[in-house]
Each structure stands twice: as structure tokens, then as C-alpha cells.
Design a protein around this ligand. Structure first.
Ligand code: ADP
Ligand code: DAR
Length: 372
């Protein structure tokens, strides 16, 4: 890499924070990015000097640059992934790099196909017996979707973002029955509505530095909002990390009912607004980790003893391809014995199989908790 590589090495920031944080914009990446010792992001793992040389000056068909794609992880070197696409086309324009990211995270090869299925009748998830049901506080299943006619949130214009909000909210406005509800714009909601949405754990807020550095918080909070049905068991986040996060959730452990509601709703929306999708990547998402199904099915479950047995719960998580999170959102810890258990995989398996992953993993965690 020569001078441009070494010239990019900066001293640690005064307080020893991650060096990349001095980067102000993608154009500040003037050479191969510097990753401090201990950087563990997928970006650092997959970006070789050869791939940098191939991709460094590339743009996708919307003009979104490769440097914009890697800027979040170059700036915040403590990222887990550190990469965001600008459009469906980004995944082809930056293929030497993004194919590697996708294969590394999902095990999905460039020649592999993805076939989605939201056919909840294929799910094998008998109800939990009472002693197990009482361990599970709540169930939530979400999918990430983006509109085929636009670039992703990282690259949309203000006007396009407003069009997306209008398209999605008009489709949601046609819902009837138990999906009927109301859209709350982040720009115009009242303080009382905001307080209620926060109390319900429904409100997404700005200020995520990873999303901000990916350009996903431009013009915030314009054209962002939350739809929820009257029963508060169905939500749609509009123009957050993805253009739609379609969410079904309720108290208790009835995974089948939650999945059926999600499948019915997603199918209804898709009949009005075409989602970005192809036979290799499945549904297209802003973050490569959500490609394919963009589905995360989770329960909040009491596992006080198991969670103290780190090796045991991690071995079960690895065997059943599930992820353990804190209950207050990604990157949070939990401190009261309640954990968020969800499917880890997103791509190469269909939505039914991923909900099955979560169910089977939760059953195994419960067996282990009971055995301690
Ligand atoms: P995602 O990427 O799926 O949006 P996060 O972990 O960021 O997941 O969670 C988003 C919000 O949804 C957080 O407020 C979290 O508390 C809530 N949440 C996630 N799973 C559940 C669940 N099973 N029950 C209740 N709330 C949940
Ligand atoms: N903070 C980003 C998130 C990566 C995966 N989660 C998403 N897409 N919400 C990181 O790179 O760590």
C-alpha cells in the first residue's frame, strides 16, 4: 500500500479512543483504513488491500461510494460489522467486498439462491406448557424491508424519503380488523403520544452513531414515524435503519400467533408496494446482516441460572444458531435475569426455518435452565 497506507496511521485520539473517530466524512478516507489492534469488525476481517484497490473508487448506480459503504466501520472501529449499503445495486457494484461480507456472516456463497417463505402453517412450535410459558414475558418477530423503486436510507434524497413515507403510510391506512391502527410521525407527534410510545417500548430514537455515520439520520426526524394497531400488537417503523421494520409482538409465548400476524401484514403491504428482492440475496437490507429475510424472532425470557453458566448457554446458542441480547435493544446488557433470545441467521434459510431456529433454541435453553 506504500505511503497512502502508512500516511493513514494517526496517533490514538488523546483519550485513547478508537483512532477512526477523527474521520469526519467518507472523503477523509484517503488510503487503506487504519484499524487499531483488537478491531474485530467484519469490515476489518474482509477488507484486504487487494479489495481496497479494486473498490476504492467505485460508486453504485445512485452514486453511493464504496467509501460511504465502509465509513461507519472505518470511523467507529468498535463496530461489529461497520458496513452499510446504499442500494440494492451496491451489493453488485461492490461485490468483491460485499460478497465476502455476506459469505463471512451468513455462509451464503455468490452462487447460492435464497427462497423466502412466510407460510406459518409449516412451523412446528407446539405451545409451551404452563411452567415454561410463565418463563417467557413476550414474543416479537420483525422483518426488514426496503422499497424496490428507491435507493436505501443511506442514499435517498429528502424528497424520496418523503415519498416512501407517503407510500407506506397510505398502504397501512388501508388496514382493517385487528391490523387497523394509527401512524405517529416523529415530526408531529404530541409530547403525550411520544411519552406513551416510549412507555410501550415502541419509539425508536435518533442518535445512533453507527446509523448517523452511515447517513441514515440525515434530516432527522423528517419522514420518520411509527404505525401501530389499536391492540399494540403490530407496528411498522418507517425510515429508520430500513425503510420498513414490520413488527408483530405481544406478551407471552404464542410464537405462532405472532408469526401469523406478521406474515399476513407483510403480505398485505407487499401487495401495495414492491420490496427490493432478488433470487440470490432475498429481501435487500441496509445492513448486510439483515439480508435474505431480515427476520429476527425473539422472546424475552427469564433464565437467571442459565445465564450465570456462560459456557453452557453459549454452547446452546452456538448449537441452535441463536443470539443472546439484553432486553433493551441491540448493544444493551441485561441485569435482571431476563434475556432476549433470537435467531442468529437471516439469509439462506426462509422465514419459517428461522422462527423454528428460535423456537428450538428457546426449548433447549429452557431444558438447561430446568436442569440447573
Ligand atoms: P431489532 O434489531 O430486532 O429491532 P433490538 O434488539 O434493537 O432489535 O430491539 C428493538 C426494540 O424491541 C427494543 O426496544 C427491544 O426492547 C424490543 N424487543 C425486542 N425483542 C422483544 C421481545 N421479544 N419482547 C418485547 N420487546 C422486544
Ligand atoms: N452497530 C452496527 C450494527 C450491525 C448489525 N446491527 C444492525 N444492522 N442493526 C455494527 O456494525 O456494529
Amino acid at each position: 500500500m506504500g505511503a497512502s497506507y502508512t500516511s493513514n496511521i494517526a496517533d490514538a485520539d488523546v483519550n485513547g479512543t478508537f483512532m477512526g473517530s477523527h474521520l469526519k466524512s467518507p472523503s477523509d478516507i484517503t488510503g487503506f483504513p487504519y484499524f487499531p489492534t483488537g478491531t474485530g469488525s467484519l469490515l476489518q476481517k474482509c477488507l484486504t488491500k487487494d479489495i481496497w484497490e479494486q473498490c476504492k473508487d467505485r460508486r453504485d448506480k445512485f452514486g453511493f461510494t464504496f467509501k460511504q459503504c465502509i465509513f461507519s466501520g472505518a470511523k467507529w472501529t468498535n463496530s461489529g460489522v461497520g458496513v452499510y449499503a446504499g442500494s440494492h445495486d451496491s451489493y453488485y457494484a461492490f461485490a468483491p467486498f460485499l460478497d465476502k461480507i455476506i459469505e463471512s456472516y451468513h455462509g451464503h456463497k455468490p452462487s447460492d439462491k435464497h427462497i423466502s417463505s412466510m407460510d406459518y402453517n409449516q412451523l412446528n412450535c407446539p405451545s409451551f406448557p404452563p411452567d415454561e410459558d410463565k418463563m417467557i414475558n413476550s414474543t416479537r418477530i420483525r422483518v426488514a424491508r426496503n422499497l424496490a423503486a428507491y435507493p436505501l436510507g443511506t442514499a435517498v434524497t429528502r424528497q424520496q424519503r418523503k415519498e416512501i413515507e407517503k407510500l407506506v403510510t397510505s398502504a397501512l391506512g388501508e388496514f382493517e380488523g385487528d391490523l387497523k391502527g394509527k401512524y405517529f410521525s416523529l415530526e408531529t407527534m404530541t409530547e403525550a403520544e411520544k411519552k406513551q410510545l416510549i412507555a410501550d417500548h415502541f419509539l425508536f430514537k435518533g442518535g445512533d452513531k453507527y446509523l448517523e455515520s452511515a447517513g441514515l439520520e440525515r434530516d432527522w426526524p423528517e419522514a420518520r414515524g411509527i404505525f401501530h394497531n389499536d391492540a399494540k400488537t403490530f407496528l411498522v417503523w418507517v425510515n429508520e435503519e430500513d425503510q420498513l421494520r414490520i413488527i408483530s409482538m405481544q406478551k407471552g409465548s404464542d410464537i405462532l400467533q405472532v408469526f401469523k400476524r406478521l406474515a399476513d401484514a407483510a403480505n398485505k403491504i407487499e401487495s401495495k408496494a414492491k420490496f427490493a428482492n432478488d433470487e440470490h440475496f432475498g429481501y435487500v437490507s441496509t445492513c448486510p446482516t439483515n439480508m435474505g429475510t431480515g427476520l429476527r424472532a425473539s422472546v424475552h425470557i427469564n433464565l437467571p441460572k442459565l445465564m450465570k453458566a456462560k459456557d453452557l448457554h453459549q454452547s446452546i446458542a452456538d448449537k441452535y444458531h441463536v443470539q443472546i441480547r439484553g432486553i433493551h435493544g441491540e448493544h444493551t446488557e441485561t441485569d435482571d435475569g431476563v434475556f432476549d433470545i433470537s435467531n442468529l441467521r437471516r439469509l439462506g434459510r426462509n422465514e419459517v426455518q428461522l422462527v423454528q431456529d428460535m423456537y428450538d433454541g428457546v426449548k433447549a435453553m429452557i431444558r438447561a435452565e430446568k436442569s440447573l
